[in-house]
Write a protein that binds this ligand. Sequence first.
Ligand code: TRP
Ligand code: ZN
Length: 886
Amino acid sequence: MNEVRAMTQTERQKTYLKDYTAPTFQIPSTHLAFDFRSENGNDFCRVTSTLKLQRRPGTEGDLWLDGEELVLEDIKLNGAALAASAYVREDKGLKLLNPPSEFTLQTTVKLEPKKNTALEGLYGSGAVALTQCEPQGFRRITYYLDRPDVMSSFEVTIEADKATMPVLLSNGDCVERKDLGGGRHFTKWVDPFKKPCYLFALVAGPLAVLKDTYTTGSGKKVALEIYTNEANIPRCGFAMESLKRAMKWDEERFGLEYDLSTYMIVSTDDFNAGAMENKGLNIFNSRLVLADPKSATDYNYHMIEAVVGHEYFHNWTGNRVTLRDWFHLSLKEGLTVFRDQEFSMDMVSRDLVRIDSVIDLRESQFAEDDGPNAHPIRPESCYAVDNFFTSTIYEKGSEVIRMMQTMVGRPGFRQGMDLYFKRHDGQAVIIEDFAAAISDANKQDWSQFKRWYSQAGTPRVKVTENFQGDTYTLTLEQSCPSTPGQTEKLPFHIPLIVGLVTRDGKDLELTHPSLKKNTEGKTLIHLMEPKQTFEFKGLKEKPLLSLNREFSAPIVLEWNPPVEELFALYKMDNDAFNRFEAGQKLQQLEIAKFIDAAKSKSTAALDPRLIEAQIAILNDARLDNALKKKMVERPSLASLAQSLPGFDSAAWKTGIDAFRRAQGQALATVARDIYTKLHGKSDGVLTPEARGERALKNWALGQLCNAGEGHALAEKQFRETSMMVDQEIAFALLMEAPEAKAREIASNFYDQWNSDSLVMNKWWSLQAQTEAPWTFARVQELLKHPAFNMKNPNSVYALLGRFSDNLIEFHAKGGETYRFFAQELKKIDALNPQVAARLSGAFDFCPRVSPALQAEAKKALDGLLADKLSPNAFEILSNARKALGA
Ligand code: TRP
Ligand code: ZN
């Protein structure tokens, strides 16, 4: 079914944004009849589609319909069998030769969902049949104009055995349900809203349901339903509560109400991505629905709320207003990520969630923007549309929306959103339409700002400060590194929230002719030129610069102030993000010192001021526990790799370990205190406060392990806790114990959890993430474990994905890891190209490793590229290969 045809480089087709043309036909109505059958132990589904097609006036010629991997059994035009001479069938679709300008087309195809390992189109997950159509899976269900600017009214009927498929769902309202006799039954669904086919969904199988209701602000009662297997129903409560919070929040913040009478969520273990916003029938990866405190971490809970919100918010930003074409994917994804981040900020803590979003952005998107697969948030070309679902399109896209909100303020942004829906409800539009709505509503000129959409790469802003007499001079210079296909960049319009802080921690009232406050009282610098200078007069002493507060623009600040100033900001900046940032910079400088020492085989000593500052933060009454933890957290390896040059696995490992030991020993007393005070205090409680307590407590446990005294405590916690958040962290810490102990813990965890596939994902991940000399061997061993399933994306991401993120072990000397990974990638690509493409990003990091390792990476990539690969994996891997040179 998913046979990947060998393709030569020249045969591969690139698609370009500039070649966009409107469709020559529209499909006013789509009727789909699904008939699930089982004959001689062979399961299949027959799909009969009846389409009304209408030519756009003034066009002529043939009609191309997309269709892949379909077995065509019947085709009729206006009710009569279509002559073989009237159409041409090809690999990727079907061409109707000169069809009339208005007609009905009926096709019948036969599908075998159980054999579909790509998890696009109609596929099987255990006894359940379900669909994933975004972006181009619908063409694997029936012949169609599979493009988002073709919007149609859908009517769907489903027929199946009652015993094996008791639940039959599709989009919209269920208008008919009947028994057909002979053990068969039937449902009919009508979606009152026109939609592009990527939002189509169908689910059929044995499922249990959790039901609830929500009453909208205008008094409409909505039925809420979450479907999963019977045993997991008790784990759906948090997702249900999250959904209700999201519905309420969207009404309050954006005046947007739900528009159907039912909202359904289906949870599945087999899913390529996180979740999918199909109209009225979301399909979710089970890790983003199911949770109880015993098996899910606080992070899992957080993600469930965020993603339930995300998919719900798509109902307006994505579904009611959809895309003209996939190059504009960020129109819905950037905006919807922005909306889910704002939702989480309001539900949890604005500062905490903002800091976490920035950490995530820098670790994934900045790395992407700096690597061989960098692309603008509105790309101009691609081999595989599937590859557009990147952190650039999502997370950087969201940052661009956030900058808009920062510039016009929240009330202005709301007015812009209102105008956007007023203008475009029911339409398929482009990014410019959104920018125009916000800027028109606020009478702003964003012609320069819109370069954020077309230029890839993370802008750098270099800061120079000068203080003389009573005048503080701030000079900002912007630049942007070249990215593949874009060597020269034009200046960006960069909105930077700025504060000048006195030595006793007060924000100065800034009076400067070219600085304005936004409607929320925040002072903004609009950096638009390559270089701009700002003077502030009448100051008694040099102020502390707090620039890009809240991370108002997604840039790299090139700024190296004296460390005393960073310490002062770390202790007292009024902007939580910049306090965190000062702490990150300070720790980074220390870690760099330890890495340098490791390189020269010498030793380094920790700056006592860092410990003093961290203790001050831990005692700061202005901060809650979650923020305290965030502010003292060590920068991750991925974020260090952003700011320190090169990468040398051995020296980094030695240096970071030495830093951790020194820091742990210096903080041990405080850490013991925190642990004793907080451990067990809020077991079973899921409020943001309780999560914050656990985060800080587990940070303390980590410090004790760093100090060399925590493993016994970690093991006690591992064995006795009733909460996964505590068990998981203890597991991770114990993986750094000597190998025999680590193995004992891993096998204990396995014995406890092997029947729970969601928790098993943690088991794969935690071992693959471990930085230990035995990790690679262990990963190879786990790959052969009977519980490991190469066809299940979650377990592949958990084991192989997390191993390839493990910079220390994946990019260790030798290159065997690259060869191993390439070999596994090839197997995965043959099963599931979308999953293979996501894993392929692992090679993006290779330009940073030693020349000897780069040579190994080249060999591994050449081997892969010489073979048959899906366009998805080919696109990512060939870019990675190009970046390594001849
Ligand atoms: N639109 C989905 C979201 O962001 C993304 C998605 C779901 C997806 N399933 C996919 C993307 C499969 C690519 C392939 O909410
Ligand atoms: Zn989305």
